[in-house]
Design a protein around this ligand. Structure first.
Ligand SMILES: CC(C)(COP(=O)(O)OP(=O)(O)OC[C@H]1O[C@@H](n2cnc3c(N)ncnc32)[C@H](O)[C@@H]1OP(=O)(O)O)[C@@H](O)C(=O)NCCC(=O)NCCS
Length: 194
């Protein structure tokens, strides 16, 4: 299950500087392999918590197209792909995207935190907190009024990090599996009228 979590007010515990020895910079075209490696590791982690997050067969080309769109948008408003490096090793990935809902809604524009991953060897040094802070700063700098994200309900570390950074739960995703999943046979809705 996932939850959509908008940020409220001031982020509480965002770290402005990266941890000592780590440098961050927006991904360039030459960084495709690094982005892919960390994105794949993130989704292996996420699919371990919820199989619905398994990557599809065309994920590499879709990710490359997304990264290219972000790089080529001169306004910088469509997104941010940020890598963290420990020497020459990529150890962190943050992806942000600008979103616009349909004109049905008054509050249509928002920024989404699309992906966040810290290599296991670099965890616990507040790199995740720094990357989230960089994403929030990017959103603020481009005029987005809020940041939202999806996190699997059982992802304790992710939830704690976002909560620490000032995010609060405001929506839930409810799921009914219809294709033979473990819970598929449980609900049985009877018709009471024609
Ligand atoms: C979640 C993740 C990004 C955290 O990265 P990190 O650099 O280790 O996190 P930080 O050191 O910046 O931690 C910041 C805060 O998050 C919380 N936190 C981080 N890891 C935690 C853990 N394993 N358990 C509980 N809280 C945790 C703590 O509140 C921490 O604050 P503190 O240092 O004052 O205790 C990292 O564990 C990761 O990449 N996990 C796999 C992918 C993932 O879950 N991504 C996010 C959801 S899509």
């Amino acid at each position: 299950m996932t939850s959509s979590v908008p940020a409220l007010g001031r982020p509480a515990a965002i770290r402005r500087r990266p941890p000592v020895g780590i440098r961050t910079r927006p991904a360039s075209a030459a960084d495709e392999a690094a982005v892919e490696r960390l994105f794949q590791a993130l989704h292996e982690h996420n699919a371990g918590l919820d199989p619905m997050f398994a990557l599809g067969p065309a994920w590499r080309s879709a990710l490359r197209a997304h990264a290219r769109r972000v790089r080529e948008d001169a306004s910088g408003r469509s997104g941010l792909t940020l890598l963290a490096w420990l020497d020459r090793r990529p150890v962190g990935l943050l992806m942000m995207g600008g979103q616009a809902d349909t004109e049905l809604f008054l509050h249509r524009h928002w920024a989404e935190l699309l992906a966040l991953y810290v290599d296991p060897g670099a965890r616990g040094r507040r790199l995740g907190a720094h990357l989230v802070g960089a994403g929030v700063a990017w959103a603020r700098g481009h005029g987005y009024p809020r940041v939202q994200l999806y996190v699997t309900a059982s992802n304790a570390a992710g939830r704690a990090l976002y909560e620490h950074a000032g995010f609060r739960l405001t929506q839930e995703v409810w799921r009914l599996d219809l294709d033979g999943g473990a819970d598929a046979a449980v609900p049985h809705l009877e018709r009471t009228s024609a």
